[in-house]
Design a protein. Structure first.
Length: 266
């Protein structure tokens, strides 16, 4: 039987990295984005916004699971976060429920807990929200929507608090927050296949030597990370210097996102 996975935000950064890695025999990826995409083998394309309930319901038809990556991936105005990231995430969950989709994986972010001080030690899987931006608030709201749909409607929902998912870490902070694309795919596969998870929050990071985040809950659902940012450490430290955890931008989990440049109210 063919498995069909709906990927929202398929044209975005994480979507582009995951698309080839989540392809496998017996699986169709239904790629949804507002940007134009063309379908490859075992792919379907839907051009639509996550805020359009009718389109989302059609996109969820016949789908086994949704991987919700869509929305703004950087800080944006409150209006845009409210519309696309918060209302859009509600729309994705509600459309999935109406179409009988049993599992939704939500791409949350470290910015949901960005104001956790680095001095606090390892950041737990269920660390209480301390968002650093409108974007972070939107991720907290998305986690809450997922928790609500899991408890009320019995859906399986996993919120993945992604660190930094890029081909390579781009600065010394990412030595701690990096999730390699291959580990990202391993984690999303675990999220898709673990039996009856109910509602979970897991960290989306590689097994980094300088890691800050618990991997306990991710490992509990079957994630076996294989990458470590340490292979990039010498090069990045030579370029940017050793990170000082008592100085900006390293004092908080969210890094520079906690600084004044990200204050959209000013
Ligand atoms: C995120 O949530 C962003 O989407 C991404 O662009 C990175 O900035 C990442 O967090 C990060 O904290 O490195």
């Amino acid at each position: 039987m063919t498995e069909r996975i709906l990927l929202t935000g398929a044209a975005g950064g994480v979507g582009t990295l995951m698309r080839p890695r989540l392809a496998k025999p017996g699986r169709v990826l239904r790629l949804l984005d507002i940007a134009e995409l063309s379908a490859g083998d075992s792919e379907e394309v839907v051009r639509a916004s996550v805020t359009d309930m009718d389109a989302m319901e059609r996109a969820c038809e016949g789908v086994d699971a949704v991987l919700h990556l869509g929305g703004h991936s950087l800080e944006a105005s409150w209006k845009d976060i409210l519309d696309v990231n918060i209302n859009g995430t509600y729309t994705v969950f509600e459309a999935a429920r109406r179409q009988g989709v049993r599992r939704v994986i939500f791409a949350s972010s470290n910015h949901a807990v960005g104001f956790v001080p680095r001095s606090a030690g390892e950041v737990g899987d269920y660390a209480f929200p301390r968002p650093d931006t409108n974007y972070g608030v939107g991720k907290v709201a998305g986690e809450a929507i997922g928790s609500h749909y899991a408890d009320r409607y019995g859906m399986d929902v996993i919120s993945v608090r992604i660190g930094s998912c890029f081909e390579k870490p781009r600065d010394t902070r990412m030595l701690s927050t990096w999730m390699s694309p291959d580990d990202g795919a391993r984690l999303f596969e675990a999220c898709l296949s673990t039996p009856n998870p109910g509602y979970r929050v897991v960290w989306g990071v590689s097994d980094n030597t300088r890691g800050w985040f618990s991997l306990a809950e991710a490992k509990a659902i079957g994630y076996l990370p294989q990458d470590d940012s340490e292979v990039f450490a010498a090069e990045l430290i030579a370029e940017h210097g050793e990170p000082r955890l008592d100085e900006d931008p390293h004092r908080f989990v969210g890094g520079a996102w906690c600084g004044p440049d990200m204050d959209t109210a000013r």
